[in-house]
Design a protein around this ligand. Structure first.
Ligand SMILES: [Fe+2]
Ligand SMILES: [Fe+2]
Length: 337
């Protein structure tokens, strides 16, 4: 019988010993126990790679790997017999639990929860490979900031142009299928205007064109704090012909786009964060399955859509929303509790 302690041991094995195993691991002895804050009071989170909730002796039969824990994921786990969740992104009380306590919600469904974020980054070259390059040098703490990942690489021999790059990403990630799926969703629901992350934030060229040469690459992740100044700094270290923005990307009017242009370097965006479940989720799930073959391993995939208010929900729900908002919201001031 596989237990939660076996899952912890498996995560420790696949990360080469990076997870928290004992109280000593909290006390500055594990560089992956990292606190993240923008300075918003009470919103700081400390990553604890390893077991976040659950007892070591809890049995595990069905484990799900996901990116971000949500109430929807907890409900899916509870309804389908998943007794262990491994989330890639750090877990916070209430924020990742639909506003309530981990203790109350996860115990209700008998779920143990693990997280494995920065401690998983940098373990494999897969994301660079999916983006058509091989990292020659990789940094997981560029400029001394943990999580600011940069790869200095070279395009794989079969990729010669930015057009090859876009085609590779689209094919590998099943972009066509997502596009058809979205169109079918709109046909089925009988309205247009639905937007979806995979399709909206597809791979794209910011600077250069489909015929521009692809050779040396600098890959970065703007949502980790990497900015236009960092672009210049990295370019001084490594004269690449293409910047690859991965997971997140600049908006069209961001200084990063001007910086690429002024340096005479192409700028492309690869996969969005919505695709990380493929990039990191699949390898993580597969590694767990290899180490614990007796358990069933599932992937929880998120699909986020943006729907115009006027068409969202059944006619009954639309009327419900109008009536409630009209009659109760705003609530009269003297009724505030
Ligand atoms: Fe990640
Ligand atoms: Fe992520």
């Amino acid at each position: 019988m596989v237990c939660v302690s076996d899952v912890l041991a498996a995560l420790d094995t696949l990360t080469g010993g990076r997870v928290v195993k004992a109280p000593a691991c909290y006390a500055g002895n594990n560089r992956f126990v990292v606190t993240k804050t923008s300075g918003i009071p009470g919103k700081t989170i400390t990553e604890l790679p390893g077991l976040v909730w659950g007892r070591p002796d809890m049995p595990v039969k069905k484990l799900a790997v996901l990116m971000t824990l949500t109430e929807s994921a907890i409900e899916l786990a509870g309804a389908t017999g998943v007794d262990c969740i491994v989330a890639h992104h750090p877990i916070a009380e209430a924020a990742n639990m639909g506003g309530v306590l981990a203790r109350d919600y996860l115990d209700l469904y008998g779920i143990a929860a693990f997280e494995l974020h920065e401690a998983f980054h940098g373990l494999h070259p897969g994301i660079a490979w999916l983006h058509g390059s091989k990292a020659i040098r990789s940094e997981i703490s560029y400029g001394g900031v943990l999580g600011k990942i940069v790869w200095f690489g070279e395009a794989l021999p079969e990729l010669n142009t930015l057009g090859d790059f876009i085609k590779r990403i689209d094919e590998f990630m099943g972009f066509k299928e997502e596009e058809i799926f979205l169109k079918n969703e709109m046909d089925l629901r009988g309205y247009t205007g639905i937007q979806e992350t995979t399709v909206a934030a597809r791979a794209k060229i910011f600077v250069g064109d489909i015929n521009s040469k692809l050779g040396k690459t600098i890959t970065f992740f703007p949502h980790t704090g990497f900015n236009a100044d960092d672009m210049e700094k990295t370019y001084r270290e490594y004269q690449a012909d293409t910047f690859v923005s991965c997971i997140s990307r600049p908006l069209d009017d961001n200084k990063m786009v001007d910086k690429a242009r002024s340096l005479g370097v192409n700028l492309v965006a690869g996969n969005s964060h919505a695709m990380e479940i493929f990039e990191n989720g699949i390898p993580l799930a597969r590694a767990i399955k290899n180490l614990l073959p007796e358990i069933e391993v599932r992937i929880f995939r998120e699909r986020m859509t943006s729907v115009p208010l006027d068409v969202f929900g059944t006619p009954t729900l639309q009327e419900y929303g109008r009536k409630i908002a009209r009659e109760y919201l705003p609530k009269p001031k003297n009724s505030a509790q």
